[in-house]
Design a binder for this molecule. Sequence first.
Ligand SMILES: NC(=O)c1ccc[n+]([C@@H]2O[C@H](COP(=O)([O-])OP(=O)(O)OC[C@H]3O[C@@H](n4cnc5c(N)ncnc54)[C@H](O)[C@@H]3O)[C@@H](O)[C@H]2O)c1
Ligand SMILES: O=C(O)C(=O)C[C@@H](O)[C@H](O)[C@H](O)COP(=O)(O)O
Ligand SMILES: [Zn+2]
Length: 361
Amino acid sequence: MKTLQVDLGQRSYPIYIGSRLLEQADLLTRHIRSKQVLIVTNETVAPLYLQQVLDNLSDFVVETVILPDGEQYKTLDYLNRIFDTLLTHKFSRNASLIALGGGVIGDMGGFAAACYQRGIPFIQIPTTLLAQVDSSVGGKTGVNHPLGKNMIGAFYQPQCVIADMSVLSTLDDRQLSAGIAEVIKYGLIREPDFFAWLEDNLESLLDRDVEALAHAVERSCRNKAEVVAADEKEADVRATLNLGHTFGHAIETGMGYGSYLHGEAVAIGTCQAADLSRRKGWLTDADVERIIRLFKRARLPVEPPAALDANRFIELMAVDKKNVDGNIRLILLKSIGEATLPVGVEKALLVATLNGYGRKG
Ligand SMILES: NC(=O)c1ccc[n+]([C@@H]2O[C@H](COP(=O)([O-])OP(=O)(O)OC[C@H]3O[C@@H](n4cnc5c(N)ncnc54)[C@H](O)[C@@H]3O)[C@@H](O)[C@H]2O)c1
Ligand SMILES: O=C(O)C(=O)C[C@@H](O)[C@H](O)[C@H](O)COP(=O)(O)O
Ligand SMILES: [Zn+2]
């Protein structure tokens, strides 16, 4: 097992990465401070892994919330189900919440923990590749609004992250690829050698080679932990983790939550951001081709949905947390391995990308 640390002073916490970690009761229980524990999970993950977690908690009073599965349920309405259970069972402020699932469950569980009695401890047990490499680390929690992705939320750090590689064996191929989209992001924004490693090792990841997967999770988490430690609340460098997300979130919101997976929308959005970076004169044609090729090899979509024209994209992108005074600001690439902070772009260039990229037939 590898242990990384997210250094945030009093809010610091470990990320445990390894195989069969759900069998190690102590890893979990050492981070629980009271008898009362709530596990939040969903209808897909519960039959697979809930009992394993419950087996570790025989000395605790445990309640469970099993939410329906899907991005379309990442809403305030479904968040209320968590509060209903916490209140029905009179959970106190020292109770712990465990989020067992992918990014949807992690974001919702974390937000519920941030809100309940103004904050109770919570633990992330991420069960998708995407959640292990990204969403479980860094404390962004929240829910969607029909008008915008993750628009209601809080920064709230977990007590620990337990990334058990063994649970990835039940993940389907489409979800594995979605996770790889966020892995590629780290190479693009800050670690060119990692991007090259991914080019060399992509097939091993797609074949679920355990060593390759563990390496990708560890290197991704190290990158994310460093960025979050430098800028917990996205005043500066943390915004680079949003590469491709202004376009990607527009796709998720505009096409209806759940029709594109988050990682798929980020893959398309990153190709659009790369195209725009080329139009700014920062990336070469060859760089953009290299980026698109890697996403395609990862079996990810790279072309935006035809249903969203440039006007609709711009309307959707106007609802983004990086915008200032209503102006769209994007993370672009100076090179493969170096991202910009949020920048405004000439509307003509943005429209050219929205009209041109991926629409050439
Ligand atoms: N907080 C952050 O920093 C952050 C970062 C990236 C993404 N996100 C959010 O995360 C969400 C996407 O997360 P995701 O890709 O994990 O999606 P998800 O949570 O919907 O999980 C994907 C699917 O995999 C299933 N699943 C989970 N674990 C499984 C397992 N071990 N075996 C079989 N099936 C399993 C789930 O039930 C679901 O059907 C989005 O809402 C996105 O906005 C947040
Ligand atoms: O942790 C971050 O910071 C990120 O931006 C990670 C992203 O992959 C993630 O999708 C995040 O939820 C997007 O943040 P948002 O603030 O644009 O909702
Ligand atoms: Zn993301």
